[in-house]
Design a protein around this ligand. Structure first.
Ligand SMILES: [Zn+2]
Length: 323
C-alpha cells in the first residue's frame, strides 16, 4: 500500500480530518471516485492516530516516522492497526468481505489498545461487504468504544446502508482538477500517451494500472466494431475498469464529433467517417446508459465476459441502420 505522498488536491481534506479526530470521532466514511487517494488518506490518518509523538491539538499533520509505533505501522505490523482490504489475497476468490471476516476483526479489537492511545480499523471498501457483514459492522458501530476509530472507504456512497452512514462522519474526498491530475501522472508514471493522461486526469491513481495492450485492443474494437473483438483477461477487474474508462470518453467524443465536427480526446474517431450517415445518437445514449450501469457493478464479482458482450452489442448497434 502506498502512503500519502504528493496528492496536492487533498491538502484541505487533511486539515478537515485532523479537525474531526480532535472531536473524538468513532467512525469516518471517506467517499469519492476510485483512483483519487482515499486508501492512502486512510493510512495517513491511522498512522497519525497511532504515532506516539503526534499532537493533533497542534494541528500537526504528520506522524513522526521515528517512534516504534511508526516503524511497526510502516511494515503493517502495528498491533492496533486492523485492515480489511478486499484486494488482499485472502479475498481473491470472492472479492467480498464476509461476516466471518468482520467477526474476526471485532474479536481482535481490545478494550485497551496494545501499544498506545488508540486502535484504528480501516475497511476498504464498504461496498465489498456482504449484507450479513454490513449488519455485523453496524452492530459494532452502534456500540462505540472511544479507543477505536473506524475509517471506512466507499467508492459509491449511494450503495452504503443508511443505518451505517448515520453512524459515520462522512467526508466527500475531492478529485484533482485536470492540471493537478496530469501533473501527478507525469511525476509517477512513464510512457503514458497524452490521450491516456487526459482520460485519467480526475482519477490519476488508476493510471498506474494502464495497460498498453488493453488500450490498443479497445481502440481497435471501437474503430472497427464489426471486425475486432473486445478482449480481456477475465480475472483482472482492473482491465475492465480501464476498458470502461476508455469507452466512456470515446462515446463522449463520438457525440462531440457528431455535433461539432471535431474530437476532444481521440483522433482515431476519424476512422468512423464512413459511418457518419448511419450513426444513431439515440443508440449512443443507450450504450452510454449501459456503460454507467456496468461501471457501478465494476467492483463486484460479476461476470465480466457478460458485461463485455452486452457492451459489444450495444456499441455495434450504434452502427446498424434500422429499416
Ligand atoms: Zn511516530
Amino acid at each position: 500500500m502506498q502512503m500519502l505522498v504528493n496528492y496536492t488536491w487533498l491538502q484541505k481534506t487533511k486539515h478537515q480530518l485532523l479537525d474531526i479526530i480532535k472531536r473524538n470521532a468513532q467512525a469516518i466514511m471517506l467517499y469519492g471516485h476510485q483512483g483519487i487517494g482515499k486508501k492512502s488518506l486512510s493510512l495517513w490518518l491511522a498512522k497519525i492516530l497511532l504515532c506516539e509523538n503526534t499532537n493533533t491539538a497542534a494541528n500537526q499533520d504528520k506522524s513522526c516516522n521515528s517512534c516504534s509505533a511508526c516503524h511497526l505501522f510502516d511494515i503493517f505490523q502495528h498491533p492496533d492497526l486492523h485492515i480489511l482490504d478486499y484486494k488482499d489475497e485472502k479475498f481473491a476468490d470472492t472479492n467480498n468481505i464476509g461476516i466471518d471476516n468482520i467477526h474476526n476483526l471485532i474479536s481482535g479489537l481490545q478494550q485497551t489498545p496494545h501499544m498506545g492511545k488508540m486502535q484504528a480499523v480501516i475497511i476498504y471498501t464498504i461496498e465489498q461487504l456482504t449484507i450479513a457483514a454490513s449488519n455485523a459492522l453496524l452492530k459494532t458501530l452502534e456500540e462505540p468504544n472511544n479507543k477505536t476509530i473506524f475509517i471506512i472507504i466507499s467508492h459509491n456512497i449511494k450503495k452504503v446502508m443508511p443505518t451505517i452512514l448515520s453512524r459515520c462522519i462522512s467526508i466527500n474526498i475531492p478529485h484533482p482538477d485536470k492540471h493537478q491530475g496530469i501533473e501527478w501522472i507525469n511525476q509517477n508514471s512513464h510512457n503514458i500517451p497524452d490521450t491516456i493522461k487526459n482520460l485519467f486526469a480526475h482519477k490519476p491513481l488508476l493510471s498506474r494500472n494502464y495497460d498498453e495492450n488493453i488500450y490498443i485492443n479497445t481502440i481497435g474494437f471501437l474503430t472497427n466494431p464489426h471486425i475486432n473483438e473486445l478482449k480481456i483477461d477475465s480475472k483482472k477487474t482492473q482491465q475492465l475498469s480501464q476498458i470502461l474508462n476508455i469507452f466512456s470518453y470515446w462515446l463522449f467524443d463520438l457525440l462531440y464529433y457528431i455535433y461539432r465536427g471535431k474530437t476532444k480526446y481521440f483522433s482515431e474517431i476519424n476512422l468512423l467517417k464512413k459511418y457518419a450517415a448511419s450513426l444513431s445518437i439515440e443508440k449512443i445514449y443507450i450504450c452510454w446508459q449501459y456503460l454507467l450501469e456496468a461501471g457501478q457493478y465494476n467492483n463486484f464479482n460479476l461476470n465480466i465476459k457478460l458485461i463485455l458482450s452486452m457492451l459489444t452489442h450495444k456499441y455495434q448497434d450504434i452502427f446498424t441502420i434500422n429499416d
